[in-house]
Design a protein around this ligand. Structure first.
Ligand code: 3H9
Length: 695
């Protein structure tokens, strides 16, 4: 099938890229563009050309499934140079998205027209590479160094309107892009406008100080990622060398990025996020209607869930116990929306419309009688939850989806409190729920397939990443977290400082270390979890006595100004505290433990071994359907560095035999905690890896 078509319309060659789903620039499309451009050159009846995308978007970028394979001609930089070298005007007509190589094609054209809502960006760094088809050389010429570096090192796209204001889109189109682009071409022809290559513009000058400042900033913000710094290297080549040589340097840097583990990790995360949205059981299953939602409980979590819902266009009724609590919930949601207005992601008019038309906060479950879906977000107590579900069973219409936001309770038991367990599902949001991307969709024994499909449709509507999980204490994320948190507490009992643990994991790329996370969540949360699990504790379990001591001292973390760290005006992000170190030393002494040093490498090995071992059990038990689902949970909800792909992709890169050898070595001292997961042993015995289980 032809992926690029050539048609003549009123003296204009209309070159259409038609390669669903995202018009990616695979070899066939590159060849098609190459041939179309050559034909345009030969076609005396065509005075200008318009390059446009068929379907929902312009061009989604290079075909990333080709990364890691030997490149096949024609190469994208050559195709784009051929477009730029046309002696008659070429116009790129952009709708939907123009990303990466797609935007680079547009930058190779002489003129650009875009719809206002189009998304234009150079997101290559988010895949561990850099723009490799002239983006680093053309974008700075159009928008200046700072704006170009910001676009390319954050990877964040901008709208058509913003792109015009920045200077890399010439015209904005109305509803009919094709017609507007052809009219623009006719106007250019009538005005006698010629081809206008971006490379005719000078590359912006920069002194050494500016580049040094950028390098310093990127070294800090890139957190170990190499691609943002390689973007800067390519830009420096543009400052110092003529276009051809700088383009060659960009290509060299791009190709060198293809071989990095970071590229492989980020691409794994990209494809894992797409795979996770399609659990086999819901393929072809229609979701139930999803327009009116209910939320029960207006605390931080309930209000966050309601905020996410109204922002996505749902009508929400939030139910609280009394009028004062309902009013407080309304205020929290209004505050959340005000922050969205401040960030520029919501207009004031849209905010006002939400508050007047899309949200009600009330007392009494009866108000939920017409809800399509209700999410319960009351406190974590089985009796409280089952009481809510009995009430929902009474008031909700037949077919309504009844969801619990529990983070560990048995969803099967909650479902059994109703006469309609098939309608019940777990929706485990992460706090703050209107910000965090992850949503664990907990499918109980009796959950109907179309209820699961509705939960995935909700995740999509909310802009969240829904991951299917099975029922167990902690589901996917918190079950694994609980295990490796215990492993780090053991290291602290044995001599590591919590500050060294945090540093080792932040240096690895985690957004925060485990003790910083404890301070953020509140030390009461961990304390209550330990209390809850105490009844089932094994005599050989090692208690986190120092954590209990901090709790009893009232050092509950950031909210108390004091947890593992001290938070005050001088150190809003927290500073280590000798008093905490003293408490830990006392705890060790009370337990008669001797203390030893832990290197950063050993801290990392033990943490990762615990995480991978627990994750292997989660996969083997069917709590997660695939290893890559675990990776998505950790990258999107637990601050795991995206460029490492997720814990199980990382385990594959380290080698499962190495991880298993570590676990067996640690088990020589503590064979109660360090029991190798049978699945890990099996994979090593078979010479396989976790990737072999992704399907
Ligand atoms: C680049 O361009 C390098 C150049 O500078 C240099 C080259 C020399 N390739 O996300 P969706 C698949 S780097 C191949 O669900 P949406 C995707 O896996 C690239 N396949 O749709 C999925 O497959 P499946 C820079 C791709 O509407 C299907 O398409 N570009 C690619 O929600 C639908 O995807 C980017 O980083 C691709 N490039 O969102 C953009 N993209 O159905 C990456 C998608 O089998 N892509 N697929 O699961 C995106 O951000 C989104 O896909 C997009 C559409 C916004 C385009």
């Amino acid at each position: 099938m032809t992926k690029v078509t050539y048609q003549l319309a009123d003296g204009v060659a209309l070159i259409t890229v038609d390669h669903p789903p995202v018009n990616a620039l695979g070899q066939v499309v590159r060849q098609g563009l190459w041939d179309a451009v050559a034909r345009f050159g030969r076609d005396d009846t065509a005075q200008a050309a318009v390059i446009i995308g068929a379907g929902r978007l312009f061009i989604g970028g290079a075909d990333i499934t080709e990364f890691g394979k030997p490149p096949v001609a024609p190469f994208l930089p050559d195709v784009i140079n051929a477009i730029a070298a046309c002696t008659k005007p070429v116009i790129a007509a952009i709708h939907g998205t123009a990303l990466g190589g797609g935007l680079e094609v547009a930058l190779g054209a002489h003129y650009r027209i875009a719809t206002r809502t189009a998304r234009l960006g150079l997101p290559e760094v988010t895949l561990g590479v850099i723009p490799g088809a002239g983006g680093t050389q053309r974008m700075p010429r159009l928008v200046g160094l700072d704006a170009a570096l910001t676009l390319m090192t954050t990877g964040k796209p901008v709208s058509g309107t913003q792109a015009q204001a920045m200077g890399f889109v010439d015209e904005l189109a109305g509803d009919d892009l094709r017609a507007d682009a052809l009219a623009y071409a006719a106007r250019l022809i009538a005005e006698g406008a010629g081809p206008r290559a971006v490379t005719d513009l000078p590359f912006p000058a920069a002194d050494a100080d500016l580049i040094a400042a950028w390098r310093q900033r990127l070294t800090r913000t890139a957190k170990g990622q190499v691609a943002p710094l390689a973007v800067l290297d390519a830009v420096v080549a543009g400052i110092e060398r003529p276009f051809d040589q700088a383009l060659a340097e960009e290509r060299r840097l791009f190709l060198s990025m293809l071989d990095t583990p970071q590229r492989s990790g980020m691409m794994h995360a990209f494809f894992a996020e797409r795979a996770v949205a399609k659990p086999p059981e819901i393929l072809g299953i229609a979701s139930r209607p999803l327009d009116r939602a209910g939320v029960i409980g207006g605390g931080t979590m309930g209000a966050g869930i309601a905020t996410a819902m109204v922002l996505s266009g749902l009508h929400v009724t939030l139910v609280e116990r009394d009028a004062a609590a309902a009013a407080r919930a309304g205020e929290t949601i209004a505050r959340n929306l005000a922050s969205a207005v401040k960030r520029g992601t919501l207009t004031e008019t849209a905010r006002d419309a939400i508050l007047s038309d899309a949200l009600v906060t009330v007392v009494g479950h009866d108000a939920l009688s017409d809800a399509d879906l209700v999410v319960e977000a009351v406190f974590e107590d089985m009796d409280a939850k089952t009481e809510v579900f009995r009430a929902l069973d009474r008031v909700c219409k037949p077919g309504a989806v009844l969801a619990t936001n529990t983070s560990y309770l048995d969803v099967n038991r909650i479902a059994q409190a109703t006469g309609r367990p098939a309608d019940v599902i777990g929706l485990h949001f992460f706090s703050p729920a209107h910000v965090m991307k992850l949503l664990e969709i907990v499918v109980a024994d009796a959950t109907a397939t179309d209820v699961t499909a509705t939960a995935f449709a909700l995740a999509k509507k909310l802009g969240k990443i829904g991951v299917r999980a099975g029922v167990c204490d902690g589901f996917i994320g918190n079950r694994i977290l609980s295990h490796y948190r215990t492993a780090v507490d053991h290291m602290v009992l044995d001599g590591a400082s919590p500050y060294a643990v945090d540093r080792a994991l932040v240096d690895f790329g985690f957004a925060m270390g485990p003790y910083q996370v404890s301070d953020l969540a509140g030390l009461d949360i961990g304390y209550m979890t330990r209390q809850r699990k105490a009844a089932d504790a094994h005599p050989r379990d090692r208690a986190s006595v120092f954590a209990d001591a901090l709790y009893h001292a009232g050092w509950l973390g950031q909210k108390a100004g004091h947890g593992y760290y001290i938070y005050d005006a001088d150190s809003p992000k927290g500073r280590p505290d000798d008093a905490v170190t003293a408490i830990i030393e006392t705890s060790r002494a009370d337990l008669g433990l001797s203390s030893r040093d832990f290197t950063a490498a050993e801290i990392l090995r033990r943490t990762m071994a615990a995480m991978v071992n627990a994750a292997a059990n989660v996969v083997a038990d069917g709590i997660a359907q695939r290893p890559s689902d675990v990776d998505v949970v950790f990258v999107s909800g637990y601050g795991f560095p995206r460029h490492r792909g997720g814990p199980l992709h990382y385990a594959d890169t380290v080698g499962l035999d190495t991880i298993l050898t570590d676990i067996r070595e640690f088990a020589a001292i503590d064979d109660h905690f360090w029991t190798p997961a049978p699945l890990l042993e099996q994979l090593v015995a078979d010479g396989r890896n976790f990737a072999s289980l992704n399907r």
